[in-house]
Design a protein around this ligand. Structure first.
Ligand SMILES: [Mn+2]
Length: 233
């Protein structure tokens, strides 16, 4: 049994297939997905549907899923929105559209209301954080970071926004006895990273978002038993 953690998918369904194939992922393994499955790339809903079909998969909430859920009512009413509804909700709608919602909305608009609700119910269950231990090493998985961090602050006291929108300082060790695993910040943008675009490990951090959506980016995964790295391309 292997424990795999995968970075931000952002609609890159084909890279997700390639990565799972490269990892030789099977029903005996467990998959953790760092969040931001939706938006930007062409097939966010197809990617979600693939994950929904895996009983051995836990997804973390990303800021893009949070924006999607804030627009749940709009998604349920695609095609017949009143002017008043748009006026009342335009900030949430604009915020999401400015962050690459177009592909998610296009795929959703082709589904029945029932199918849309199944997908949104699934996304609502995405975890704000995951704590796990592999080979005696403790890991804390959060999509973004630990906003307003303090060592004494229990993980349950962080707001969803602090976990999915904020970014960690990768030059800083947050915990001496625990590794902080994050997505959200492309490793191309981590200045401590000597291999931009590949998984960053250092200062008790593992950063997994290798920018799958950008032309030179990749979808990345890591096996926590072996620390072997996997890439979609
Ligand atoms: Mn993100």
């Amino acid at each position: 049994m292997s424990t795999y953690v995968v970075g931000d998918i952002h609609g890159e369904f084909n890279q997700l297939l390639e990565l799972l194939n490269t990892m030789d992922f099977s029903s005996k393994d467990w998959l953790y997905v760092m969040g931001d499955v939706v938006d930007k790339g062409e097939y966010p809903i197809k990617s979600l549907q693939l994950l929904m079909g895996l009983p051995n998969c836990t997804c973390l909430m990303g800021n893009h899923e949070l924006m999607m859920l804030k627009n749940r009512e709009m998604i349920n009413n695609l095609g017949n929105l009143s002017k008043k509804f748009i006026e009342n909700n335009c900030l949430n709608i604009l915020d999401w559209l400015n962050n690459g919602a177009e592909s998610t909305l296009c795929e959703l608009s082709e589904l029945s209301l029932d199918e849309r609700n199944k997908i949104l119910d699934y996304v609502e269950k995405f975890k704000p954080y995951v704590e796990l231990s592999v080979n005696g090493v403790d890991y804390l998985l959060v999509h973004g970071g630990l906003g307003n961090f303090s060592v004494e602050k229990p993980i349950a006291d962080y707001s969803l926004e602090e976990l999915v929108w904020d970014r960690p300082d990768y030059s800083k060790e947050y915990f001496s006895n625990k590794i902080l695993v994050t997505g959200h910040t492309p490793t191309q943008r981590i200045k401590e990273n000597t291999l931009p675009g590949y998984i960053f490990m250092g200062n008790n951090h593992i950063a997994l978002d290798c920018g799958a959506f950008s032309p030179k980016g990749k979808l990345a995964g890591i096996c926590l038993e072996t620390m072997e790295e996997f890439y979609s391309r």
